[in-house]
Write a protein that binds this ligand. Structure first.
Ligand code: ISE
Length: 334
């Protein structure tokens, strides 16, 4: 069966998803590219030979010639669009966050549970990245012994716009770390503290967080959205018997003239290209079988990451350790 896919939102991530669907995913046909900016939708559709394009997202979600949808439109649209698509019985890959509002996450979860089957996969692509997969395997094989700590660094070249805040470092960037740590350790986060050093200028300073888990482990997360030198994401998982670290900071290293230089990516698209491809291929399996893939992030995972982020923002403002108040996990997500 060929799956006809619509990509809603043709910005940075939407354009990337469209390209991956068109070039790297067997059994998928890029049926529709949609963006409120019609010229942008047209440009991405032309570049990817999509069947059609449109500037009307609401109408696009109702089209009959679409089997599955990738949502990469602005964050505030994720919850309403996923709810429309759940009602239509479509399977959706929704870029993170599911929503930044906790009540909206709960709403989407309730709508999905009411159908009796999973409809949404949240785009936490690091679950498909080779380095994190190796961590998972090392843990499962017992090579590390009991996991004690996970340290994470998340550095961007620069914030996407000047009004980006420390709170947004927590709600926009850190959810990747919240999700991958929960996923690898198989735990929930119970508390969080958040701190910021003072910069000499007025751009947003790094945020450093310490998280405790319900299995008494510690997770540290540094998000530095203005690292200035390149896109650099690293992690180390420390157990009682050993430790495993990500080992790829860049695609290449140039050795010449008695020195060595590493070339960093400008953003995450190159760094995680293979993970995005694997994730989107897995999404096709989800559409065809209706079974949420083992590695995929569910709406519960989307809720959990959003809740940790929300609590993290509170901790940043209060300056004290805040408790993450989760609802009881519904049996649907067991
Ligand atoms: C950004 O918000 C993302 O969502 C990307 O996936 C991430 O890798 C990037 O560093 C974030 O800032």
């Amino acid at each position: 069966m060929v799956v006809r896919v619509a990509v809603i939102g043709a910005g940075v991530m939407g354009a990337d998803h469209a390209k991956i669907i068109a070039q790297d995913v067997p059994n998928a046909c890029l049926q529709l590219v949609c963006d409120m900016d019609g010229a942008r939708a047209r440009a991405v559709a032309d570049a990817t030979s999509a069947v059609d394009c449109t500037d009307g997202p609401e109408a696009a979600l109702l089209r009959e010639d679409i089997d599955a949808v990738i949502i990469a439109s602005p964050d505030f649209t994720h919850a309403p669009y996923t709810k429309t698509l759940i009602a239509r019985g479509k399977r959706v890959l929704c870029e993170k966050p599911l929503s930044q509002k906790i009540d909206e996450c709960l709403d989407v979860m309730a709508a999905e549970q009411a159908t009796g089957s999973p409809h949404i996969m949240v785009g936490f692509m690091r679950r498909y990245d080779r380095a994190y997969l190796d961590m998972r395997e090392a843990l499962a094989k017992g090579v590390l012994g009991r996991a004690l700590m996970m340290h994470n660094f998340h550095r961007n070249l620069a914030t996407p716009y000047p009004s980006f805040t420390g709170a947004m470092a927590i709600t926009n960037s850190a959810p990747h770390e919240f999700d991958i740590a929960r996923y690898l350790l198989g735990v929930e986060v119970t508390t969080i503290t958040a701190h910021q050093p003072k910069r000499s200028d007025d751009v947003v300073a790094p945020v450093v967080m310490v998280l405790e888990t319900d299995d008494d482990q510690l997770i540290t997360v540094e998000v530095n959205n203005n690292a200035a030198y390149g896109y650099d994401v690293r992690a180390e998982l420390v157990g009682e018997l050993g430790s495993i670290s990500t080992n790829k900071v860049a695609h290449s290293r140039l050795d010449a003239r008695l020195s060595s230089a590493i070339r960093y990516d400008e953003d995450w698209r190159g760094h995680y290209h293979d993970a995005y491809v694997a994730q989107n291929r897995d999404f096709m399996g989800f559409v065809q079988t209706g079974i949420l893939p083992e590695a995929a992030a569910s709406t519960w995972d989307g809720y959990a990451a959003a809740l940790v982020a929300d609590t993290g923002v509170r901790a940043l403002h209060s300056g004290v350790k805040e408790r993450v108040e989760m609802i009881k996990k519904p049996a649907f997500y067991a």
